[in-house]
Design a protein around this ligand. Structure first.
Ligand SMILES: [Zn+2]
Length: 216
């Protein structure tokens, strides 16, 4: 079990909660103080935590694995846990992708797929290792993501917490190559297997399609 996670991981949980719990209209804004007490995402300790993780992320510091597990459990108790995990996963993928240099991002977009794909794969591998403590490998025309110690394990009943990792993978593929068709969760720690494993299609798209997708 890893002792630490990148600070962006727990930050993605809190940013998702904050986004989902934000007041939706004027009527709600009026009652924000009252809502604050009811909704986790609006409470002062959460804002303080967000500031702390943001600073840690800026300094590229890692934070405690156990803390991320505790946050995932807190989210797992919500009735909208699945939606929060999906949003948080997208958030992490975008933040991770943003750590690539602009030159690298442009190169991947502009090269023909045959050359762009190995480059994109190398970046995906690096990002998943740093941000997810996970491993990405290529199997024929598909990608395999292995997560030995998901922080979302036991966060929610059955495999609901796994939606987080699946969402990171989907969004990362979308950003790097433009599309991920069919992602399958093949093995799962919550079923007693040694690792959570996903297989994703990693189909090359034309340069134009990739540019359009990454601009979306
Ligand atoms: Zn799983």
């Amino acid at each position: 079990m890893p002792a630490t996670v990148d600070a962006l991981l727990p930050l993605s949980f809190l940013e998702a909660v904050r986004g989902i719990d934000a007041p939706r209209d004027d009527a709600e804004t009026e009652y924000v103080a009252e809502l604050r007490n009811k909704r986790l995402g609006l409470s002062e300790p959460i804002y303080a935590q967000i500031r702390r993780y943001t600073q840690a992320a800026r300094r590229s510091e890692r934070t405690s694995y156990a803390e991320a597990v505790a946050l995932a459990r807190l989210i797992g108790r919500r009735t909208d846990a699945a939606a929060v995990f999906v949003t948080a996963g997208q958030h992490l993928a975008r933040q991770a992708y943003a750590t690539l240099s602009p030159v690298m991002r442009r190169t991947i977009l502009l090269l023909p797929s045959l050359l762009a794909r190995p480059l994109a794969l190398r970046q995906a591998r690096r990002l998943s290792k740093r941000f997810l403590n996970a491993r990405i490998t290529r199997i024929g025309s598909s990608l395999r993501l292995d997560v030995p110690d998901p922080v979302t394990l036991d966060a929610a009943p059955e495999e609901r917490g796994c939606a987080y990792y699946e969402s990171v993978l989907r969004e990362l593929i979308r950003l790097l190559v433009g599309d991920a068709t069919s992602i399958e969760h093949i093995r799962c720690v919550s079923r007693g297997e040694s690792v959570c494993e996903w297989r994703a299609d990693w189909r090359p798209l034309s340069r134009r399609a990739r540019r359009t997708a990454s601009a979306a």
